[in-house]
Design a protein. Sequence first.
Length: 285
Amino acid sequence: MQPSALGKLIGSVILILALVIAASQATYVIEPGTRGVLVTLGKVSPAALVEGFGTKAPFVSHIQTVQVRQQTRELPAECYSSDLQQVNMQLRVLYRIPEASVVKIYQDYAGEPFDSLVAPRVQEALKEVTALQSAEQIVKRREEIKTRTLAAAREKIAALLIVEDIVIENINLSRELETAIEAKMVQEQEAAKARFTQQKAQIEADTAIIKAKGEAEAIRIRGEALRDTPGLIQLQIVEKWDGRAPLVIGGGTGTDASAANFILPLGTLPAGVQGAGAATAPAKR
């Protein structure tokens, strides 16, 4: 091969490579869940690039991608309660970057947005909330601490970032403080049990009194009914009669109206006595 032909071939290869490199530098692809920030010679484009394929000026422009889908990061936090007890927490923060803030965050904040924006403000909000509660209240009011911390963190971050939720995964207290809280809870449970026992005994005593009063009232009413309606006894005897001829024993003779009569069923007497009694007993009038 002649030197001139070889030179043309090398030149053609170099030209093709340059065109391929220029073409690759002139296009970009934004992946789903991300947005792009276009920087041309150090100048940032005011609008974020949406996901998909696009073109840009080769060699002088580059694309910086920013994730806008929800992210989850763990965050250890150390704070102090109102009674000056150290409380260590393990948090999980759910956050995302809104599309309107992509360019501003890239321009104004260096590094990972969570480390520079979210973490410091969440820790600050948590310390403000726990400083108003005792260590025992922090353990008991876990959901309240979480809710107030989330509200305070959102207020501090404003609309720059969106904090979706904060999860308190663990609360660690000193061994001495845990022992003291446990002992106090045991005492409270024992006191509650004693109060329940007292209330139960009082209720049982009140129930017995009410029952006794009811029985006494029933006896009084029954006595008054028998006194006011003498025929009630005879009615009850008739209602309970089993159909056998009764034995009437008179307490007196003649026209003595004050004499008492006793009515006994014949079934309560021996067999030999029943016949004699039925034959000799005077009829009640």
